[in-house]
Design a protein around this ligand. Sequence first.
Ligand code: ADP
Ligand code: MG
Length: 264
Amino acid sequence: MARVIAVANQKGGVGKTTTTVNLATALAACGKRVLIVDMDPQGNASTGLGVSAEKRSQGVYQVLIQGLALDEAESTTLVPGMDIIPSGVELSGAELELISVDNREYRMRDAIDRVRGRYDFILIDCPPALGLLTLNALVAADAVLVPLQAEFYALEGLSHLMRTIDRVQRGLNPKLSLQGVVLTMFDRRNNLCEMVAADVRGHLGDAVYQTVIPRNVRVSEAPSHGKPVLLYDMRCAGSQAYIRLAREILQREDGLAGQPAMAS
Ligand code: ADP
Ligand code: MG
């Protein structure tokens, strides 16, 4: 049965989409069957993986609002073993439309429950807000993975997110837990980065992964080629970091790291 992980942080530009796409690719390279659910109306995960406009007309919006089954909305990707439920522009209206839909907080959970058996991991890329789309992801998820950019206000935003997770756990989804926090766009030459990292580790301890994702230009170039960075430049520091993150997550899940089997 798939472990469902919501990649969430209400702040934009912290590396949610980048982490979803590249962690998913690294998990697939370790032999896992992975599904990405693109819950962001901006559709960056879908475009970054080169999903065509035609395929994007069957996606998260149709699942949430029209009750389309997830397996009918799936597209394959360039990565063997990795599929995506894409998003398109209609999804930006879903936040409002969901308000008057039955079971509005449970729509994604109900859809995911029917395909859980076919995947090892389902990663949900959340929009940069704590509205009904992110709520659907948190209700569907077993755990939340938080990408955190090491900057001055990082901890403040994090405590807001933690309170939201707590509230969802007490109300809508008792099994929800914190998967972990991953520091993104990290720059070891920047003192502030190191200070914030030490602070975050001081507050959250083991919840923060040992692996940090370095700021790396290859990571930001890859989406414009419609590829995850692992397919664009397997050897760059960003690719290697996402492989390490996948191993760390797998090690924590079952004490056994998979071996990446993908050629560049
Ligand atoms: P979010 O989904 O949280 O809004 P993104 O994943 O889209 O954030 O990242 C924001 C921007 O930062 C994007 O342009 C992305 O390419 C870039 N970026 C993300 N991670 C890295 C990294 N490790 N190195 C360099 N650029 C990065
Ligand atoms: Mg994003």
